[in-house]
Design a protein around this ligand. Structure first.
Ligand SMILES: *[C@@H]1O[C@H](CO)[C@@H](O)[C@H](O)[C@H]1NC(C)=O
Ligand SMILES: *[C@@H]1O[C@H](CO)[C@@H](O)[C@H](O)[C@H]1NC(C)=O
Ligand SMILES: *[C@@H]1O[C@H](CO)[C@@H](O)[C@H](O)[C@H]1NC(C)=O
Ligand SMILES: *[C@@H]1O[C@H](CO)[C@@H](O)[C@H](O)[C@H]1NC(C)=O
Ligand SMILES: *[C@@H]1O[C@H](CO)[C@@H](O)[C@H](O)[C@H]1NC(C)=O
Ligand SMILES: *[C@@H]1O[C@H](CO)[C@@H](O)[C@H](O)[C@H]1NC(C)=O
Ligand SMILES: *[C@@H]1O[C@H](CO)[C@@H](O)[C@H](O)[C@H]1NC(C)=O
Ligand SMILES: *[C@@H]1O[C@H](CO)[C@@H](O)[C@H](O)[C@H]1NC(C)=O
Ligand SMILES: *[C@@H]1O[C@H](CO)[C@@H](O)[C@H](O)[C@H]1NC(C)=O
Ligand SMILES: *[C@@H]1O[C@H](CO)[C@@H](O)[C@H](O)[C@H]1NC(C)=O
Ligand SMILES: *[C@@H]1O[C@H](CO)[C@@H](O)[C@H](O)[C@H]1NC(C)=O
Ligand SMILES: *[C@@H]1O[C@H](CO)[C@@H](O)[C@H](O)[C@H]1NC(C)=O
Ligand SMILES: [Cu+2]
Length: 610
């Protein structure tokens, strides 16, 4: 999946090309179909976007007006979210059904339009039910304007190195990490409901949509089983899929019935001959740039390229002070842009993505192949990480990114004091696959609400946070029980500042009060700006995460855990931002009059461009 690949690119049509790059209008079409697929060598239905899984990468220039016409030829309704895109002034294009728009029904088209205000690495994905897990996702890259200062001089002071890095950035390639099941997302949701067991395992890890099902010998799985997992397992073992079997100790005290679980859900590994992604690199270019993007539904991957350290230069799209690391935890929804120096012997190097969650021992691999590498020479490259996503060799120091070290390249500190603090408890609710965020568990049926953007009273208050425009809001995530997985929290619209996190219960009324007791847990001077950040582990202690953001873009925006089954289980809230300055929805985005003619089932389309 490269920008330059003719089949991999949804060709933009430049409708209006002014002499100023910032006034371009760029049109894309995304045709969605539901077809038989063979992703990871598994036969099942998947969502194809312009005939491919994952969807094509979209590339635009900072400042472009982007218009995407989505054509839903699938037998079910859908919507698309533009992940990390701020949607300044266009909240009707954010893609959450029941919030920003009504569903795009089968046979309908819907035109999204937004301005590529911020540069960097983003993504798009389905935002209806768990359709993201069926393959509807793709990369977005917004090329920065020439006048945006790059951080490359902090990597090397040599002008020729800086030129090579700038060139690498211009040719940057997405590396999309994801996971794949043998069940469709609707089958998966149904299995959860029938059995009471949360879907926390996958069949394969994909790198740029490619992977295979590998069934390692049970002895190998047992050798890799961590002591914490073994404690939970007792006399059991991880399954042949490397998956933690459903055990009362792992499921809380909710009812479940294991006999309702079909084979292939957590056990019953069937190996496949899937494809392996090959990333070709030319050492003559000096550096290669990759945009690492995680669209996993359940796995929490650690990414690494054997024998090649990575300079992280942007995180969630925005430049940071470069950090050299050997491996990065690219959790669901996060993006890390890296420069890799191509200074090793001409050869083939293994690219690894290994799950670090205790739910499952699973990994995927790709190959980074130097131009001129002899494919018959099969000596293996030496890994930084093992199959658990931790250092491969205890005797060699391996640097795995410590996110506390991320410093934004351009200083832009938050307000010192918020106008509003929301403490959001996070816990299981009523079933092993249901979650509470704040006071309630956001039901899937909220997707069918009359869209909140037309009337913010159409959603019950317990599913919302309400803010006024131009105020500052603190969101504190309080993990009220131990043993929760880390939750990758993603906020729609503008980014938040990560003020701090800790491994204890949150016993305070505000950040200011907490700072009287644990000042070292906070950074208000130069905190990182993100749209996705994961809560700390809540084992052995409870944990918390504190975020702060500025309300600047009135409209309804979603905040949620980016693990599909946690989001479907209710770990989500609607933020009604700037209700005092709520926008008027343009005529072309007003709800269509549905021509309910049962003889033709024809629907009048949603917004189309002139
Ligand atoms: C929508 O997609 C379907 C299936 O790919 C195609 O037949 C149809 O022509 C598309 N509609 C438009 C308006 O392009
Ligand atoms: C594990 O197996 C041993 C030996 O069969 C038995 O004594 C022990 O009670 C078992 N433990 C659990 C937790 O079932
Ligand atoms: C579990 O499911 C099986 C198969 O559907 C059913 O026969 C059995 O009664 C269920 N057990 C309980 C405790 O509900
Ligand atoms: C290759 O570049 C990396 C990153 O700059 C550096 O750490 C490493 O020492 C270099 N290796 C060789 C063989 O030059
Ligand atoms: C996972 O890693 C191991 C060890 O490197 C490798 O043997 C195995 O093939 C990998 N799995 C996949 C799916 O690539
Ligand atoms: C293959 O082996 C040669 C000789 O030991 C070594 O120089 C080279 O780096 C190896 N290639 C890879 C891809 O590890
Ligand atoms: C709790 O779960 C049970 C099934 O386990 C279900 O019948 C009940 O409606 C649920 N309650 C709520 C409030 O969701
Ligand atoms: C907005 O929704 C509320 C709650 O459903 C309803 O009472 C009210 O009439 C709606 N307002 C408008 C203008 O439609
Ligand atoms: C945070 O969670 C703990 C339980 O772990 C609870 O005691 C505490 O009251 C919660 N904090 C707030 C402010 O609700
Ligand atoms: C938080 O409050 C709970 C309940 O009062 C207490 O058990 C716990 O020790 C407190 N934790 C911290 C970090 O103060
Ligand atoms: C758990 O919390 C206690 C009290 O805040 C702290 O002393 C201890 O270091 C924490 N343990 C871990 C493993 O973080
Ligand atoms: C909302 O507040 C921001 C920040 O002050 C401001 O730039 C924007 O114009 C305001 N929006 C409206 C609709 O008032
Ligand atoms: Cu979660």
């Amino acid at each position: 999946m490269k920008w330059s690949h003719p089949n991999g690119l949804a060709l933009p049509i430049l409708s209006t090309l002014f002499q100023w790059a910032s006034c371009r209008v760029v049109d894309f079409r995304l045709d969605l179909t539901w077809e038989d697929s063979n992703v990871a060598g598994i036969s099942r239905k998947a969502i194809f976007t312009n005939g491919q899984v994952p969807g094509p990468a979209l590339r635009v220039l900072q400042g472009d007006q982007v218009r995407v016409m989505v054509n839903n030829s699938m037998p079910f309704a859908t919507t698309i979210h533009w992940h990390g895109i701020a949607q300044y002034g266009t909240p009707w294009s954010d893609g959450v059904p029941g919030l920003n728009q009504a569903m795009i029904e089968p046979g309908e088209e819907f035109g999204y339009e937004w301005t590529a205000t911020d540069y960097g690495s983003y993504a798009y994905h389905a935002h209806t039910r768990a359709q993201m897990d069926d393959g509807l996702y793709g990369a977005i890259y917004v090329e920065p304007s020439a006048d945006v200062e790059r951080p490359f001089s902090l990597i090397s002071s040599l002008p020729e190195d800086q030129d090579a890095m700038l060139q690498a950035e211009k040719n940057t390639h997405p590396i999309m990490l994801s996971d794949w099941r043998s069940f469709t997302s609707e089958e998966t949701l149904q299995i959860e409901e029938d059995s009471g067991v949360q879907a926390y395992c996958a069949s394969s890890i994909l790198i740029n949509g490619k992977g295979a099902v590998i069934c390692p010998p049970q002895d190998h799985i047992n050798d890799l089983t961590r002591s914490g997992e073994q404690n939970a397992l007792g006399n059991n073992t991880m399954s042949d899929m490397g998956c933690m079997p459903p055990l009362p100790a792992r499921l809380g005290f909710f009812p479940f019935n294991i006999t309702k679980i079909p084979t292939g859900f957590y056990q019953g590994c069937v190996p496949t001959q899937g494809e392996q992604e090959v990333l070709s690199v030319d050492p003559a270019s000096g550096y290669v740039s990759y945009d690492l993007i995680s669209m996993t539904g359940t796995s929490n991957l650690v990414f690494s390229i054997d024998q090649h350290p990575m300079y992280i230069y942007a995180v969630d799209g925005q430049y940071v002070e470069p950090l050299m690391v050997d491996a990065i935890n690219v959790y669901a929804g996060a993006r890390f842009s890296v420069l890799v120096k191509l200074n090793q012997t001409v050869g083939q190097y293994t690219v690894r993505a290994a799950n670090k969650f205790a739910n499952q021992i699973i990994n995927g691999t790709a190959i980074m192949s130097y131009t001129g590498a002899d494919p018959t020479i099969t000596n293996t490259s030496s890994p930084y990480i093992n199959e658990l996503g931790t250092a491969a060799d205890r005797d060699r120091s391996v640097i795995i990114l410590d996110e506390a070290k991320i410093v934004p390249f351009a200083a832009d500190p938050p307000a010192p004091v918020p106008d509003q603090t929301q403490i959001l408890n996070v816990n299981l609710y009523n079933a092993s696959y249901r979650w509470v965020l704040g006071e309630a568990s956001y039901p899937m049926s909220n997707e069918d609400l009359s869209p909140v953007i037309f009337n913010y009273s159409s959603i019950p208050a317990q599913y919302t946070i309400t803010t006024k425009n131009n105020t500052w809001v603190d969101l504190i995530f309080n993990m009220t029980t131990i043993g929760q997985p880390q939750h990758p929290i993603h906020k729609h619209s503008n980014k938040f500042y990560v003020l701090g996190w800790g491994d204890s219960a949150w016993n305070y009324s505000s950040v200011a009060e907490a700072m009287e007791y644990i000042p070292d847990s906070f950074n208000l001077q130069n905190p990182q700006r993100r749209d996705t950040f994961q809560t700390p582990p809540s084992t052995p202690n409870k944990s918390w995460l504190a975020l702060r953001y500025h309300v600047v873009n009135p409209g309804p925006f979603f905040i949620h855990c980016h693990l599909s089954m946690h989001e479907m289980g209710g770990l989500a809230l609607a933020i009604l931002d700037g209700v005092d300055a709520w926008p008027t929805v343009p005529d072309r985005y007003q709800l269509p009059v549905v021509a309910d003619d049962p003889t033709t089932h024809q629907l009048i389309s949603h917004p189309k461009f002139d």
